[in-house]
Write a protein that binds this ligand. Structure first.
Ligand code: IVH
Length: 682
């Protein structure tokens, strides 16, 4: 049993972690570095592991997930989750304003008119959170408005979902809990930031990428593995407090209250007193929204005075006291100048459109993918055509249509190459494929470059400084044929390259060296096996803790790995039979890149630094592997038998001959209780 000191320490850590989470996410004023935060979390996780009775559902350690949900139970919303009527027209916003004015009880329309809160509309998935006695008890999706899915385990992983509500104005946790006996429902939007969305897509095979952050959010919330949800870093923005929990009658004050409760809320909302203020808010964010780290597709207007809302009423679908103004999809028209056929790491040849630069959704676009040959045919696009482009997920520009009436007389159809633009090998088109392919896997410089770039990318080995320009020179000068060659590069070899000075060469070699410590799952992902994204690489690493075992696995064995179907199994199997891949793996192995999943756990403390520990007899609090792990996390390791090199013997119930031997050799022997104390002693 944990003594009182430890119980208090765990509670103190929990409160501190919650407080720093709040400072970071809600107030955007962090006081400590990320690593200090991580250390606190590790310390708490260590305590909870040793004393499982300390674990609570609202502990911040629970955010890492790990629950596997078979299927999501259905929940019936306490109050229907209404949607909003929406409009694309600014005139209709004026009409909405007048309509609400008319519906207000007499006397209310006088004076300066009703105030509206204008908020940004988050582009994500609506979620309802229920708090009982201040503790998160349920998270549910909107579903059809009446019934949704219970996604509580997934909601818990979201850093901006408080697991318990903050006591107002007091961090000590000693004040009486104002949430006792309350049931509070908070609604809001779960969304993914643009940078996290881009990173997620980078970690996925090309044919499995999400079209925009909203789809990525919806897909993530439906995942059955909450640990994967945790990794994807969703956000929750609270915009609605159901009922009248603390009597607050103004929506803007409720937003502030939600913030003090620990919720992330829209920082940009404005209280508007007339249609002109509303219009100026909408037009301000029409231009400024691109600078936000997340996507917003419009502005939501809500009558501020909650007690007046009943008078205005609702239809069965949406309240009459609120409306969403949606920004029209951003499109731009420009001219297609040329099409370059780009060769990817798997030999796939993708047409890329080069366009006259044009401003779109906050950036200047001068290139866009045309996806494949079928797409060129479908669009019937010619060189010099005027094309309409749009951004998928505000990020990736794509050509959506051709303005044929503007086609000039000099416009020519796009010529599809017959040979690889990089190595001149005749291109092939495999049956059923929409793209051409360069079959010269071994010699094609474009493929080599793309494979090395993938290996160095942030989700794989994350080698900073190894950009496109350097990789191109490395391949062209034959300094590197594959990722394995990177580890043989010296500063001298790099100094000869363009834009590589003394300092940057040393730095790059250092970055390459450091990448050797990346996890085995990231190495696996970096190999660039067709259809294997980071999530699949993790599954494979779990099922096969070494690359050698993975390479030896049969097709049937591979198909039995969770989330690995026959197509992926076939691709993995073929990869390890491929001599080009085998040569690269050999080089990586020789260089000392991780090929096994032996975990390097972060240290909890150094209490067993360098010690060899032997366990004997039955331990009451832990299984043997657990106890051994506790030692490893503190810098020591377990040994199977006692020798004069043993530093410590932990004797449980009914110890065996090891105890006698330890006594004979004069090795220090401790009881299980003493061992426990050593784990956390200062
Ligand atoms: S208020 C009864 N506020 O947009 C009022 N909704 O098109 C409930 N949304 O279903 C909604 N940001 O999923 C509100 N600041 C915001 C919002 C917001 C995004 C979503 C929400 C809603 C949809 C309506």
């Amino acid at each position: 049993m944990a003594d009182e000191k430890i119980v208090l320490e765990a509670e103190r850590l929990r409160r501190e972690i919650d407080r720093h989470n709040y400072l970071y996410y809600v107030l955007a004023k962090p006081e400590i570095e990320d690593y200090e935060f991580d250390r606190m979390l590790e310390k708490l996780a260590g305590l909870e592991k040793t004393y499982p009775e300390l674990k609570t559902l609202d502990s911040p350690t629970q955010r890492v997930g790990g629950w596997i949900t078979k299927e999501f139970p259905t929940v019936i919303h306490r109050e229907p989750m209404l949607s909003l009527s929406n409009t694309y027209s600014i005139e209709e916003i004026g009409e909405f304003y007048r309509r609400v004015m008319k519906l207000l009880p007499p006397g209310e329309e006088g004076g300066e008119g009703p105030a509206f809160v204008a908020e940004l509309k988050f582009d994500g998935v609506a979620v309802s959170l229920l708090y009982e006695n201040g503790q998160l008890s349920r998270g549910a999706t909107r579903g059809d408005g009446m019934r949704g899915d219970d996604i509580t385990p997934n909601a818990r992983t979201i850093n901006t979902v408080p697991l318990r509500l903050r006591p107002a104005g007091d961090d000590s946790g000693t004040a009486p809990n104002r949430y006792d006996g309350t049931v509070i429902e908070v609604r809001g939007e779960v969304f993914m930031r643009k940078d996290d969305f881009a990173a997620l897509n980078e970690s996925r095979p090309e044919d499995e990428q999400f079209a925009n952050p909203r789809n990525a959010t919806a897909g993530t919330l439906k995942l059955q593995d909450s640990a994967e949800v945790a990794r994807r870093k969703l956000y929750f923005a609270a915009y609605y407090l159901e009922g009248e929990p603390f009597g607050e009658k103004a929506h803007h004050a409720r937003l502030e209250m939600l913030k003090t409760m620990g919720f992330y809320t829209d920082r940009h909302y404005r209280l508007c007193h007339d249609p002109e203020e509303i219009r100026s808010f909408i037009s301000h964010w029409d231009n400024e929204r691109w600078s936000l780290p997340y996507e917003t597709d419009g502005v939501v207007l809500k009558l501020d005075d909650i007690s007046l809302r009943a008078a205005v009423g609702s239809t069965s679908k949406s309240p009459r006291w609120a409306i969403a103004f949606k920004y029209p999809a951003q499109r731009a028209s420009t001219v297609l100048r040329k099409v370059v056929f780009q060769v990817g790491r798997l030999g796939t040849v993708t047409p890329v459109a080069y366009l006259d630069p044009v401003k779109l959704a906050g950036t200047t676009v001068s290139r866009s993918t045309l996806h494949n040959l079928d797409e060129i045919e479908r669009l019937d696009v010619h060189l010099l055509d005027t094309v309409l482009i749009e951004k998928a997920g505000e990020i990736i520009p794509k050509v959506v249509s051709v303005e044929k009436q503007k086609r000039p007389s000099g416009a020519r159809p796009i010529t599809v190459p017959e040979v690889c633009p990089s190595c001149a090998t005749p291109l092939v088109r495999h049956e059923g494929e929409v793209n051409l392919c360069c079959p010269n896997e071994e010699g094609c410089p474009a493929q080599k470059r793309a494979r090395i770039e993938h290996f160095a990318s942030r989700n794989a080995m994350d080698i900073s400084g190894l950009g496109k320009a350097i990789v191109e020179q490395l391949v062209d000068k034959e300094l590197a044929h594959d990722a394995g060659d990177l580890y043989g590069l010296t500063p001298d070899m790099l100094r000869g390259l363009e834009r590589q000075g003394e300092k940057s060469s040393l730095k790059l070699v250092d970055a390459i060296e450091k990448s050797k410590s990346r996890g085995y799952d990231r190495v696996l992902f970096g190999l660039g096996i067709r259809h294997v994204g980071l999530a699949t690489a993790r599954e494979l690493a779990e099922a096969y803790p070494s690359m050698e075992e993975l390479g030896d696995a049969s097709l049937d064995e591979l198909s039995a790995v969770p989330d690995v179907g026959p197509v992926i199994a076939e691709s993995v199997h073929a990869f390890f039979k491929n001599p080009i891949a085998c040569r690269m793996i050999e080089k990586l192995h020789t260089a000392g890149v991780r090929m096994t999943s032996e975990e390097t756990k972060a240290r909890v403390n150094d209490n067993f630094d360098g010690m060899k520990v032997v366990f004997t007899g039955t331990l009451e609090r832990h299984t043997r592997p657990e106890a051994a792990e506790l030692v490893v996390e503190r810098g020591g390791r377990e040994a199977g038998s006692v020798s004069k090199n043993t530093d410590l013997v932990v004797a449980g119930k009914d110890p065996g001959s090891k105890l006698e031997k330890a006594r004979k050799l004069g090795v220090r022997v401790v009881s299980e209780e003493e061992f426990e104390a050593m784990l956390f002693g200062e």
